[in-house]
Design a protein around this ligand. Structure first.
Ligand code: F6R
Length: 236
């Protein structure tokens, strides 16, 4: 594991964007696994700038996102599809047809999960997976449990996740209670994993996840077994 401590969010965002840009330069038709939430917003801003400056091109890139709320479609401004369009895809030269987010409105969510995994496999897997980490140690929406789940599946969000994500909604009651998330197989099979975390409130969980025992009670701890993991953490 390459654990990098930086001084602030700007530095974190720059470093993370540089690693993703390097991936895109080395393999222009790569598959990027992407995340939503507050952590990657700065990284995406840097990537947009690099694309606008002509330093990188997303022309041939495919993306697969980690997760989506159940019941929110892409036109809902709280959906993760909307977030991705708004924070990245609308501002870079990626072909939107090659950007994939699980469909949280699928009539059969189990079939949607199976099709999502099959699609990732057909793409040849993920070259670089970007992750944030939840206060309870979740990655994607893989919440603490007594076992790790391999496939893309529907989860009940933990109380702490609902509370943490309430900041994006009008009220806590509006936060969806379920999500569909990529499971550990596609994440762990990614050739490279890059996890970014910032804030003093993430310090404890980062220590537990990367310097504590590997346990499904701390889902991110499984990443200690990944052969090419970079963690960038800023306490500020
Ligand atoms: C989002 C995701 C989540 C977030 C995590 C941290 O697609 O998969 O695991 O990365 O909840 O969220 P922030 O960055 O908002 O603290």
């Amino acid at each position: 594991m390459n654990f990098i401590k930086v001084n602030n969010y700007e530095e974190l965002s720059k470093k993370a964007a540089n690693l993703i840009a390097a991936q895109v330069i080395v393999k222009p038709n790569c598959v990027l696994g992407l995340a939503t939430g507050s952590s990657p917003v700065g990284t995406y801003k840097n990537l947009i700038e690099a694309c606008k400056n002509g330093d990188i091109t997303f022309e041939n890139v495919t993306s697969v996102n980690l997760d989506e709320y159940v019941g929110l479609d892409g036109s809902n401004d709280q959906s993760y599809r909307y977030f991705m369009n708004d924070n990245l895809f609308d501002h870079i030269n990626i072909d939107k047809e090659k950007t994939f987010v699980p469909n949280g409105c699928a009539a059969d969510l189990k079939a949607e999960g199976e099709a999502y995994d099959a699609h990732i496999k057909a793409l040849g897997g993920i070259d670089l997976q970007l992750l944030g980490i939840g206060l309870d140690g979740h990655i994607g929406f893989n919440e603490p449990d007594s076992f790790f789940t391999a496939e893309t599946h529907v989860v009940d969000l933990d109380e702490s996740t609902i509370k943490a994500n309430a900041r994006f909604f009008e009220s806590e009651a509006d936060v969806p209670r379920k999500a569909i998330t990529m499971g550990m197989a596609s994440i762990m099979q990614a050739k490279k994993v890059l996890l970014i975390a910032n804030g003093a409130n993430k310090k404890k969980i980062v220590e537990k996840a990367f310097f504590g025992p590997i346990t499904p009670e701390v889902p991110a701890s499984i990443l200690q077994l990944h052969p090419d993991l970079t963690v960038i953490y800023s306490e500020n």
